[in-house]
Design a protein around this ligand. Sequence first.
Ligand code: 5GP
Ligand code: ZN
Length: 116
Amino acid sequence: MDCLFCKIVKGEIPCTKVYEDDKVLAFNDINPVAPYHILVIPKQHFDSIADVSDKDMEIVAHIHSVINKIAIDKGFSDAGFRIINNCREDGGQEVKHLHYHVLAGKKLPLYEAEKK
Ligand code: 5GP
Ligand code: ZN
C-alpha cells in the first residue's frame, strides 16, 4: 500500500521522532501550527478512526497514554494541550493513516488545525 505514514514507520521517509514503542510512533509535523505540533500514529495501518473495529480499539487508549507521557516529558502537560483527529473527507483528513495531532506550547485559538 502506498501510504506516507507507513513509509515513515518503515523508515523509508525520515521524520523527527519524539517517541517510539512497538505499537506507536510520534514525530514532529512537517508544517507546525503551534510551538509543539506532534503527530501520534499507530504502527499498524488504519485508514481512519472510523476504520478501527471494537477489537482493535485498545490502540486508541494506548495512543492517549503515550500522549500523556509526551506531554509530561516535553513539559506542556500542566499548561495543557489539544488533541485533534481529522476523520475522512468532511473531517479534513489528508493523510489516510490514523493519526492524532497534539498541539501545545501556546494558548490555542479555536480550530487551529483548520488553518493549515
Ligand atoms: P491531516 O490533515 O490528515 O489530519 O494531517 C496530516 C498532517 O501530516 C498535516 O498536518 C501535515 O503537515 C503532516 N504531514 C504531511 N506530510 C508529512 C511528512 O512527510 N512528514 C511529516 N512529519 N508530516 C507530514
Ligand atoms: Zn499507513
